[in-house]
Write a protein that binds this ligand. Structure first.
Ligand code: TXE
Length: 490
């Protein structure tokens, strides 16, 4: 291994850290929780200034969400990561335990759109699970990542357990060459592919959170006024630069016009100065321009917006019309305050439209009939589905596993699954009662009677009903006794 690699120090620190019981590891993060609360204004101001998102969003979606997640994590991690005892159905006289073993040195590669809360959800989870972490934040938002360093510097962690390495994609690629034990990546599909290919060489396990082109389904029985407000916010908060922002609207034909006129009114009343996050990364402008140009070429209707208000702000935009579902705006992540709308006649059509693209992070369904909404939800290709709520909001519910399917990636952060993903399972199997047991009847030498015994074993397992099971158990018992007493044996 390369001696200049930060993972050399990570591994030394991790060995000491992993010796501590998970309860003690979790308690070390209480000062970080307190500090997030005490210094909310200061931290939110750094994020607001660097990323540009409105101060309210920096307080709520970054610092506030981090507080809620950390509180849950500190309280619940010990139970979730505790050694688990498993009863064994094939050999009930034996038992097993599953230990959750930390990967070792984890590399977290972060994005710029949620520069504190996304790393908090991955870095601190990995640390509590017993790993060391190197964070490579986005080159666009390095100052926000330093908040995490400040928080963790008050948590009495071994030297080198958490490190930040700043730099662009080349630095990220080099870090992967240094062979971390696990990589957690959040970013674009294109970069996610490169990260996965680089990890495949070693191979290194990888978690990918690659965003989505998330949809909101509006049924004809929905409260349209409420749903339109939800759509206006869900499509534009943080300037639409959210992996789970509403990028597609699938609306019941019978209410489509009414819903869209409510939505247009709400989009036009969003205050650019007060409410609308600016473009954080100027490279996004190209995506907006090309998606809008593609929509114009297809003669789609730009019902509102479609232009820059100033250097860093794009007007909240609604695109609709025949053929919208073939447009780039429908199929690819725009990552801006832009939403495309199409209609449906039947629930089957709504599901088909939703599932017709390659990504699936979150979805939302608006309906006054909870049973119908749940039936639709159960057919959607999406990691999280919210009913009468915006899918992105589920990111602030600490116990829910966050992640998608298809080109949205795989692996999970948050919730039980997120913690378990920061470990590998080590199984230890042993006798329930006595350590000294007879030699196994399936060991050498093989023979016809032994084969017969295994068939009885299969029949016993497959037997249907108590009587059949008892009959098969008796036959199996006789066959096994013959095997146990046979000579000569190895
Ligand atoms: O992401 P990149 P960008 C999407 C969104 C946006 C697009 C581009 O659609 O328009 O991505 O954003 C590091 N090896 N999302 O260019 O390039 C890089 O330094 C290792 C979705 O910012 O994917 C940064 O830290 N690392 C989204 C991180 O990867 C590499 C959040 C993300 O950069 C690397 C952000 C390499 N070869 C953007 N190349 C979400 N899922 O929430 C770059 N990086």
């Amino acid at each position: 291994m390369n001696e200049a690699s930060p993972f050399t120090q990570s591994r030394r620190a991790q060995q000491i850290w992993a010796e501590l019981p998970v309860e003690q590891r979790a308690e070390r993060f209480i000062p970080a929780l307190r500090m997030l609360d005490e210094r909310t204004d200061e931290f939110a101001a750094i994020i607001h200034q660097e990323n540009g998102k409105p101060l309210f969003e920096a307080v709520a979606h970054e610092v506030g969400a981090s507080i809620c997640y950390l509180k849950w994590l500190i309280e619940r991690a010990p139970e979730i990561l505790a050694e688990e005892e498993v009863s064994l159905s094939v050999f009930p006289h034996r038992k097993a335990t599953i230990q959750r073993v930390p990967w070792g040195a984890v590399l977290v590669i972060g994005p710029w759109n949620v520069p504190l809360y996304i790393p908090v959800g991955q870095v601190i989870t990995a640390l509590i699970a017993g790993n060391a972490v190197v964070l490579k934040p986005s080159e666009v938002t390095p100052k926000s990542a330093r908040i995490l360093e400040e928080l963790l510097s008050h948590c009495c962690l071994p030297d080198g357990l958490f490190q930040i390495v700043e730099g662009d994609g080349r630095v990220g690629a080099k870090l992967i060459k240094n062979k971390p034990d696990k990589v957690m990546f959040t970013g674009s599909v294109a970069t996610g592919r490169k990260v996965m290919a680089a990890c495949a060489k070693h191979p290194i396990p990888v978690t990918l959170e690659l965003g989505g082109v998330d949809a909101m389904i509006v049924c004809e029985d929905a409260n349209l006024e409420y749903a339109a407000s939800a759509a206006a916010w869900g499509a534009t908060f943080n300037g639409g630069q959210v992996c789970a922002s509403v990028e597609r609207l699938i609306i019941a034909e019978s209410v489509r016009e009414r819903f869209l006129s409510l939505l247009i009114d709400k989009l036009e009343r969003i205050s650019p100065e007060r409410d609308l996050g600016p473009i954080t990364f100027s490279g996004q402008k190209e995506v907006y321009n090309s998606h809008i140009a593609d929509a114009r070429e297809r003669a789609l209707e730009i019902a509102t917006g479609g232009h820059f208000i100033d250097e860093r702000r794009f007007a909240p935009t609604l695109v609709t019309g025949n053929g919208v579902t073939n447009a780039a705006i429908w199929k690819e992540e725009t990552f801006g305050p832009i939403v495309a709308a199409s209609g449906f006649e039947t629930d089957d059509q709504a599901v088909e439209l939703h599932n017709g693209i390659s990504s699936g992070l979150t979805a939302s369904i608006f309906s006054s009939n909870p049973d119908r909404a749940k039936r639709i939800a159960s057919r959607l290709k999406a990691g999280l589905v919210a009913i009468n709520e915006i899918g992105a909001t589920l990111y602030s519910q600490p116990e829910l596993p966050w992640g998608g399917v298809g080109t949205s990636g795989f692996g999970r952060s948050h919730g039980r699954e997120g913690l378990v993903d920061c470990t590998w399972p080590r199984v230890i199997e042993q006798a329930r009662v006595s350590n000294i047991e007879p030699k196994r009847p399936w060991w050498y030498p093989y023979g016809a009677k032994q084969t017969e015994m295994m068939k009885h074993f299969g029949r016993f397992q497959a037997a249907d009903g108590r009587i059949d099971q008892l009959a098969e158990a008796a036959k199996l018992g006789r066959a096994a006794t013959q095997m146990l007493t046979r000579t000569p044996r190895l």
